[in-house]
Ligand binder design. Structure first.
Ligand code: ATP
Ligand code: BTN
Length: 318
């Protein structure tokens, strides 16, 4: 099926006969593979009598050598999968099998892409970026403080340089355009955080996706810019920005990036509810502290909150 996809990826018409010859199969076998492409990979194929078949839109598949070529300051060893359950899960398996970090795992599609607290991340084939960068962290807790917020800054910077000028952040891990989610970040850690550990920086960016059933407001780079985005170029740019921000974070700590993060935070000064399980705290967003914890004004008193189980929602009166 992937060989057929490679033949069709230019978005031009190909006759059933020509496809059959190139694949060494009958025309009816081509027809069956086309149906599989549509059902399993969720790709629309146009069929026109007398002209043949073409994909609804041209496809550019992920390509490590193109990413490498476009990256400004080198790239990490990269593993690209046509399909994987989750690039974060695959990264964790590679760590367990002794793969030396840093390294990068990418996929065309995730069958079990994950968000925080077991929520699902919709990951259709060849439309978006599913990106997991693995780092070995030796500096103890300080190297981890605010790390997911730093990744958010790098993602936002990447989107700004691609022309999505209004991309901003929502504490702790969302990248939004207005109130629509364009990217999400999920950090997963193995080892001893106080000593030596590995951290997986999982990033999902909606790139060329134009239709999806997601139970909250979302958008994609294509919907925002009106243009098809080259995911290899995006991966290269993201890599460059991650390198820059990670070096600044490693050398100076999160406090050096705190102000920049607050400037990028879309909900500064807004009235919010902070939800932790069944309890909820109302307050006004002041910003973040030196460790990346959320600072809220709660009835005139400044309080800081951190932890993976917290969710922020706008209050109706804000
Ligand atoms: P919070 O982080 O504040 O708890 P959240 O609702 O954004 O809120 P996350 O775990 O960060 O939760 O993200 C997972 C959620 O994102 C899913 O439950 C779904 O609503 C939404 N989602 C899933 N796939 C996508 C996608 N490709 N693009 C945008 N949003 C998605
Ligand atoms: C969120 O907003 O809750 C985080 C979503 C993170 C999705 C990315 S896609 C690449 C990596 N692999 C996963 O399974 N999740 C992250």
């Amino acid at each position: 099926m992937l060989k057929l996809l490679t033949l069709l990826k230019d978005g031009r018409f190909h006759s059933g006969e020509a496809l059959g010859i190139a694949l060494g199969v009958s025309r009816s076998a081509v027809w069956k593979q086309l149906q599989l492409l549509e059902s399993e990979l969720d790709l629309a194929v146009y069929k026109v009598r007398g002209r043949g078949y073409r994909l609804a839109a041209p496809l550019m598949l992920l390509d490590a050598s193109r990413i490498d070529l476009m990256a400004g300051n080198g790239s990490w060893p990269t593993f690209i999968h046509d399909e994987v359950d989750s690039t974060n899960a695959e990264a964790l398996r590679l760590i367990a099998s002794g793969q030396v970090a840093p390294f990068l795992v990418l996929a065309e599609r995730q069958s079990a892409g994950r968000g925080r607290r077991g929520r699902a991340w919709l990951s259709p084939f060849a439309q978006n970026l599913y990106y997991s960068l693995v780092l070995r962290v030796e500096g103890g807790m300080r190297q981890l403080e605010g790390l997911s917020l730093v990744v958010g800054l790098a993602v936002r910077q990447t989107l700004l340089s691609l022309g999505v000028a209004s991309a901003g952040l929502k504490w702790p891990n969302d990248v939004l355009v207005g109130n629509r989610k364009v990217a999400g970040i999920l950090l997963e850690l193995v080892g001893d955080p106080a000593d030596v550990c590995h951290v997986v920086l999982g990033i999902g960016i909606n790139v060329n996706m134009q239709e999806a059933e997601i139970d909250q407001a979302w958008t994609s780079l294509r919907l925002e810019s009106g243009q098809l985005v080259d995911r290899n170029q995006l991966a290269a740019l993201l890599g460059d920005n991650l390198r820059d921000y990670l070096v600044r974070h490693r050398e100076h700590g999160f406090s050096a990036l705190q102000e920049e993060w607050e400037q990028a935070h879309l909900w500064q000064g807004r009235s919010v509810s902070l939800i932790a399980g069944s309890t909820s705290i109302d307050g006004t967003v002041l910003g973040v502290d030196h460790q990346g914890a959320l600072r809220l004004d709660v009835n005139g008193v400044e309080k800081s909150f951190s932890g993976g189980e917290l969710s922020l929602r706008l209050r109706n009166d804000s």
